[in-house]
Design a protein around this ligand. Structure first.
Ligand code: 13P
Length: 269
């Protein structure tokens, strides 16, 4: 296991929620979770670009980190339609999601591009949340492990070991995500999380590699969150649909936190 004493719980609101809906959501989530000590919980929300400035202003970053769903690797230039790290700095974003499966598969981003974004995010002081995961076809061919190792090795290429403590990973099997997704079983997720932790230890050395939290995402819901979080190598959950209602997200947070700390043998407060 990673030895992490903090649970990581976050949501990506994808291309849903306008400014008002996002502000209502983060404000309600902050109110509902205010009593939970943040030394045991890293809570984050990744809304759409147009909502970032308002979202960041409406809740303190000590309670909820706000992330962008993507970012260009260049500071400025002839990149029509892209958002630069400088623009994200201006709105006070804390983290940047890189290589979400919808970016990789709908918009054809590749590992080398994700790597440039990871390096740019670190350069600008954002936490890069690198998403990895195999497609259903790759799983059927029995090459899930090769695919994920490649995504990690290329995605984090050139990241110095001393910066490893500043990155996060989400394992999101493509076949598990979204309305047509089928959640991974806890045993399958655990097997892949163990592989991810091993690969990170190989890349950054054991001590530094162990600092990287690895979250599971893909059809996490009320029914499977508890089974997933008790697995030894799962450090948190990255949730889509089941977290878009703040009250529902809060109830998942309250269910999984005690189980996580029992597993880690530590108290959350
Ligand atoms: P769902 O939980 O809706 O499957 O989405 C997961 C996801 O893509 C988070 O980034």
């Amino acid at each position: 296991m990673s030895g992490s004493r903090k649970i990581y719980l976050g949501t990506n609101t994808k291309m849903y929620k306008n400014i008002r809906q996002t502000v209502d959501f983060v404000t309600r989530l902050e109110t509902l979770t205010k009593d939970i000590p943040r030394d045991g919980l890293e809570l984050f929300v990744i809304p759409s670009y147009t909502t970032l400035a308002a979202a960041r202003k409406s809740v303190p970053e000590t309670d909820i980190l706000i992330g962008a769903q993507n970012m260009c690797w260049e500071d400025q230039g002839q990149f029509t339609g892209e958002i630069s790290p400088l623009m994200l700095e201006e709105v006070g974003v804390n983290l940047v999601m890189i290589g979400h499966s919808e970016r990789r598969h709908v918009f054809r981003e590749n590992d080398a591009e994700e790597n440039r974004k990871v390096l740019a995010a670190l350069k600008h002081g954002f936490v890069p949340l690198l998403c990895v995961g195999e497609t259903g076809e790759e799983k059927e061919y029995g090459i899930a492990e090769e695919v994920i190792r490649t995504q990690l090795k290329v995605g984090f290429r050139g990241v110095p070991a001393e910066q490893a403590g500043k990155v996060m990973v989400a394992y999101e099997p493509v076949w598990a995500i979204g309305v047509n997704g089928k959640p991974a079983s806890e045993d399958y997720a655990e097997k892949i999380h163990a592989l991810i932790h091993r690969t990170l230890a190989e890349q950054f050395g054991r001590e530094q590699g162990e600092k990287i939290p690895v979250l599971y995402g893909g059809s996490v819901n009320d029914g499977n969150a508890e089974k997933l979080i008790v697995m030894p190598h799962i450090d948190g959950l990255f949730i889509g649909r089941s977290a878009w209602d703040a009250d529902h997200f809060n109830s998942i947070i309250r269910k999984v936190m005690p189980l996580f700390f029992q597993k880690s043998g530590t108290e959350g407060d």
